[in-house]
Design a protein around this ligand. Structure first.
Ligand SMILES: Nc1ncnc2c1ncn2[C@@H]1O[C@H](COP(=O)(O)OP(=O)(O)O)[C@@H](O)[C@H]1O
Ligand SMILES: CCCC(=O)OP(=O)(O)O
Length: 364
């Protein structure tokens, strides 16, 4: 029997990663680049304005690929807090994403792209483990003021996929492991896992370590001063924190390999200081993530684009391997995790959920 052909779509801030899978096997993949001039034209506009451009780029690639699709699956965006799993894209989900009450992010495009391409092929559209996956116990939500609750937004898709892969490879069940997963990409989220749940995680939009382009947690009173200084409007402050913070703000580059080269080969003191600071913040958060696990941690998993840099992962491991052995899983496994999530539903191993809470019937 031939395996169903699944198109997986992962919209990022500057590219859309796309792959075709036959069952769990990747047949072809591409990162459809969107050039800076194209992206600049969308600056300050709603993220959904990018839909026609991104859909056209995927369609052009898809036309070069043989085969008949069985499903399309996209990265899930800033939906209301959800359980981990595969969700059918429906009108309620699209309406929630259109309202973007939890914020704008490239992942909000995933359901729309999946829906549009699936409709053209006459098949179902899904998202898997959206960034809004929330498995927190109640006390984790308190920040220190009731007007400012903590929010769970993270790289749930890659984090869960890497944790489950580690479990498989070591012959154990994810549910039986106590893990810390550090997703080290353009944004950073560092999570504690126990009993098959992500019981705490630093929100990669606004907490924790600074990253190649995000400020992470910043001093609150200084932020208040900045916001009311009259020198910056709301958009400018958001950009300082979200797209133009971290490494980019300090060194003028979000390219970690370049920053490491500058620090190491060019002996650039500023680059050395900033890299040291980022390593310090990452390792401090990993240390903090051990507390909810009572210090009983089976492994620390380092993943995301930055985990390609051996010098960086070695420096992190050296500071945290007193907690647990450190395993490195460079890059991200998001397209495969998307395809696997859709496949579980197509094979009847999992029932697709609906954002409304109840599982969808196939006819919905
Ligand atoms: N070989 C590498 N060495 C060092 N840093 C890298 C390497 N490859 C990617 N990165 C860094 O990883 C970051 C992007 O990570 P990634 O997980 O692809 O994030 P996202 O998908 O959120 O854009 C970039 O800042 C990039 O500089
Ligand atoms: C919004 C939470 C997930 C996140 O930060 O993803 P990216 O790093 O891909 O922007």
């Amino acid at each position: 029997m031939t395996e169903p052909l699944i198109l997986a779509v992962n919209p990022g801030s500057s590219s859309t990663k796309v792959a075709l899978f036959a069952g769990g096997r990747e047949l072809a993949a591409v990162a459809v680049g969107h050039d800076q001039a194209q992206l600049d034209a969308f600056r300050g506009r709603p993220i959904l304005d990018q839909l026609p451009m991104r859909a056209a780029a995927i369609r052009a690639w898809l036309e070069t690929q043989p085969g008949v699709l069985a499903a399309v699956v996209g990265r899930g965006g800033l939906l209301p807090p959800l359980a981990s799993g595969t969700y059918r894209v429906d009108a309620a989900m699209l309406e929630l994403l259109e309202r973007h009450e939890r914020g704008e992010h490239a992942s909000n495009l995933g359901a729309f792209l999946a829906q549009e391409l699936a409709a053209e092929a006459g098949v179902d559209a899904f998202v898997v483990d959206p960034v809004a996956v929330d498995e927190w116990p109640a006390h984790i939500r308190l920040s220190g003021h009731p007007a400012l609750p903590r929010e769970c937004l993270s790289h749930a898709l890659n984090t869960k996929a890497v944790a489950k892969r580690f479990a498989r490879e070591t012959g154990r069940r994810y549910e039986d492991l106590r893990l810390i997963v550090a997703h080290l990409g353009s944004g950073i989220s560092i999570s504690s896992h126990a009993g098959g749940r992500m019981i705490d995680v630093t929100n990669s939009r606004e907490e924790g370590a600074f990253s190649p382009e995000r400020a992470g947690g910043v001093p609150a009173m200084a932020l208040v001063e900045l916001c009311f200084s009259g020198r910056h409007d709301r958009r400018a402050v958001e950009d300082m924190l979200f797209r133009e913070g971290g490494l980019l703000a300090y060194l003028g580059t979000r390219d970690v390999a370049e920053a490491l080269r500058r620090a190491d080969l060019a002996g650039d003191a500023e680059a050395t200081l900033v890299i040291d600071a980022m390593i310090h913040q990452i390792t401090r958060e990993i240390g903090a993530a051990a507390a909810p696990l009572r210090g009983r941690v089976d492994a620390i998993l380092l993943t995301g684009g930055m985990a390609h840099a051996a010098a960086l992962t070695a420096a992190i491991a050296e500071r945290v391997d007193w907690i647990a052995p450190v395993n490195v899983h460079p890059g991200e496994d998001e397209l495969a995790a998307l395809a696997e999530g859709a496949l579980r539903v197509l094979r009847g191993e999992e029932e697709a959920r609906a954002v409304g809470g109840r599982p969808h019937s196939r006819a919905a």
